[in-house]
Design a protein around this ligand. Sequence first.
Ligand SMILES: [Zn+2]
Length: 172
Amino acid sequence: MAQYNAKIAPFINIEFVVTSEWWEQPRNHKGLDIATYSSAGTNVPVYSMCNGEIVVNSYDDGGFGNYIIMKDSTSKMGFLYAHLRDRSNLAVGSKITVGQQVGIEGTTGHSTGIHLHVEMQDLTNHDWQYQAEKSVYSNPADFLGIPNVAGITVIYEGTPRRGWRYPHSSTC
Ligand SMILES: [Zn+2]
């Protein structure tokens, strides 16, 4: 049994663990790290938490690995998902909705194991700022509705949106 029920999350109907809290010290960890440790191994879908569009789809060799940034069309909140297994096939400008698969949990870039690194920034007044100071970021744990504490187990019992899949994925 998971300790917490999230109100929204990048993983749906699968238990995950907070492996590093947001703004963990001393590294000023800019994201929230979550991992499913799933028997599904390297094939766990990650889902959008916003209704908006893809604004960045890129690869960062030394850091994020395969990553995307999504922007909510109403709140203008930005969501960065890093270390994805593959390059997302959603082009910049693609419309996305909550519960839509946008990638697969992975460990590309600077990562020591399969997990998802989630960052959030309010993009109302600027584009995404890399390596910014703390005030530029929002706390993803708050958005998920869970404590910002490493080691807790969480589940989000949502509904994936159907109709999109990776070409080489067995997930739906
Ligand atoms: Zn991280």
